[in-house]
Structure formats: structure tokens, C-alpha cells
Design a protein around this ligand. Structure first.
Ligand SMILES: [Zn+2]
Length: 300
């Protein structure tokens, strides 16, 4: 991507110097979700490369109280990043700024006002409005505080673990999470989360796939318009994103992890679905093509 001279967003905050100490012994988010009773729901949605963490939800108030945890204590220190981390931080701030410009314009066209999300860059663990998360959660969006959370080591691991590399692949990850914020602003996130809360596990997973594919589509929409406004794309960029989308498909990840797939457990979409929706957004730039909720599930 060509990003020279592009502005960096003011909505990014660096919380890498924060160290959390948990009175309850430092539960990871995954454990937290695993031990939550079914009725408790958190507003959290992630790209889930390492683990799919999507739980429908209405509110998280009193979550730690419920679990008998006294709130985590945080301590602020100056964080010294490597030059690679600094570059990724600035890159993330530039991509976030691009999503602000693009979505502000697209919302205006719909006669709506875009309220940009915040982005928190953390290291190892973070306290979010949706509970405590660790870097193993992967990047995620929390609608309770309208914030995208990213540990930059995710980008470095993307290359090592799934062989997905390149600046556009990283931008796709950010734009996907911002896509969940767009869903939140348009009312789709809460609407689908409500449905998921009363659906069977299989149906709930399918609704999750529909949300995730639309977030992929929105990432493509962002790429199209970012390029229209700023001429940011270079040859091969979209292919890089499509390659990343394929490598975080549920089928690809499951096959890699255990040698077989369990389609009913898919909650983010297959490799071909994810790359197809990203491509549709990136090639058309047409928001009206992004309805992933109405079509038959088998035709997604
Ligand atoms: Zn997602």
C-alpha cells in the first residue's frame, strides 16, 4: 500500500505500558467466556485467527462481580517498542484514519452520521468494556465501548503462523474489525446478537458467519473507497488480502489444526466465502451488495 503522508487517527490509544494484575488470578478471556453461564452475554466480536470468540450479548455490567473478581488493577509504564512495532503502530493509525474518512463519506451518502470507533493498542492483556482479553483472543471489536483492540504481535504472528503477510493483509484485519463497528452503528450487530441469544448452537454459528462475512465485505468496501480517495492500493494488494482471508477461513484453520472440518461449528465462514465477500466489496465499492442476512445460507 502507498500511505506516504497520510494522517494518523487521533482515536488510537497506546496502552502497551499497562500491566494488569488480577485479584482473581488473571483469567484469560477464553476461560472467562467458557465459564460464563449461557444467559450472560458479552458484546465482543473478533477476527479469531487463533480462536473464535463470538458471544452474543446485551450487557456486561457486573460481570467481574458475578465471577467474584475484584477489578483488575492496572499500572502504567512507559512502553519501548521495537522499530518494527513502531512502524506497525503508525500503520494502524493511518489505516484507522482511512476508515474514518471513507465511512464518514459513505454514511453521509446514506444521510447518517458516522461516529468513529476508538482503537486500543495493547500488549499481552487488556481490560475492555467486554471483559478482559489476552493477545491469544486476536483482534476484536467490543461494542460496549465501541473500541477495536489489537495486540501488534498479532500481525507479526500472522506471517509466522499462517503465512499471511503484507501491509494490505494487516489493513484488512483492521478494516474487518471496523466493519463490525459499522454493523453496530447500523443496528445489525445488536439485531443479530439478539437472534443468536435464543437460537440453537448451529443456527447461532450460522448467524455469526453472516456477520463475519459482512465485516469482510465492509473491509473490501473500505479498500475500494480508500483507493478511490487516496490511490492507496498497489498491484497485488487485494490478492494479499484474499490470501489472508483464505487462511483464516474456518475450514482452513480446522483442517490445519486437527486434520478435518466440522462445518456446523464454523462461525466465521469458509476460505472461499471469506475471500468472495471481501472481493465483492473491494471490486464493486457498492454497499447495496452487502446483505449477507437475506440469502440462503448455502448460497453465501
Ligand atoms: Zn469478525
Amino acid at each position: 500500500m502507498k500511505l506516504d503522508g497520510r494522517r494518523m487517527s487521533d482515536n488510537i490509544s497506546d496502552r502497551r505500558g499497562e500491566r494488569m494484575s488480577m485479584a482473581g488470578g488473571g483469567l484469560s478471556l477464553l476461560r472467562l467466556l467458557a465459564i460464563l453461564p449461557g444467559g450472560i452475554k458479552t458484546k465482543l466480536i473478533g477476527l479469531a485467527v487463533v480462536a473464535a470468540v463470538v458471544v452474543a450479548t446485551q450487557g456486561t455490567s457486573g460481570l467481574s462481580g458475578l465471577l467474584g473478581l475484584s477489578g483488575p488493577q492496572t499500572e502504567q509504564r512507559q512502553y519501548q517498542g521495537t522499530p518494527e512495532e513502531q512502524e506497525l503502530y503508525e500503520f494502524s493509525a493511518q489505516i484507522l484514519a482511512g476508515t474514518e474518512d471513507v465511512w464518514t463519506e459513505l454514511f453521509e451518502r446514506m444521510g447518517k452520521r458516522y461516529i468513529p470507533p476508538k482503537m486500543v493498542i495493547y500488549k499481552d492483556a487488556v481490560q475492555s468494556g467486554c471483559g478482559n482479553a489476552t493477545s491469544s483472543t486476536g483482534p476484536f471489536y467490543c461494542s460496549a465501548d465501541q473500541t477495536v483492540y489489537i495486540d501488534l504481535s498479532f500481525f507479526m504472528n500472522m506471517k509466522r503462523q499462517i503465512g499471511a503477510d503484507g501491509d494490505f493483509a494487516y489493513a484488512y484485519v483492521i478494516a474487518h474489525e471496523v466493519g463490525h463497528h459499522v454493523q453496530y452503528l447500523l443496528g445489525d450487530l445488536d439485531r443479530i446478537h439478539e437472534k443468536m441469544a435464543s437460537a440453537s448452537e448451529k443456527e447461532s454459528n450460522r448467524l455469526s458467519v453472516r456477520l463475519e462475512l459482512q465485516a469482510d465485505f465492509y473491509a473490501g468496501i473500505w479498500a475500494y473507497h480508500d483507493n478511490r480517495i487516496f490511490s492507496s492500493l498497489e498491484d497485488g494488494d487485494i490478492d494479499e488480502g484474499l490470501d489472508a482471508a483464505r487462511k483464516i477461513g474456518d475450514d482452513y484453520l480446522q483442517k490445519k489444526a486437527r486434520g478435518y472440518t466440522v462445518p456446523d461449528s464454523f462461525n466465521h465462514g469458509t476460505s472461499s466465502q471469506r475471500s468472495r465477500w471481501l472481493k465483492l466489496g473491494a471490486h464493486s465499492g457498492d454497499l447495496s451488495l452487502g446483505d449477507t442476512f437475506t440469502p440462503e445460507y448455502s448460497s453465501l
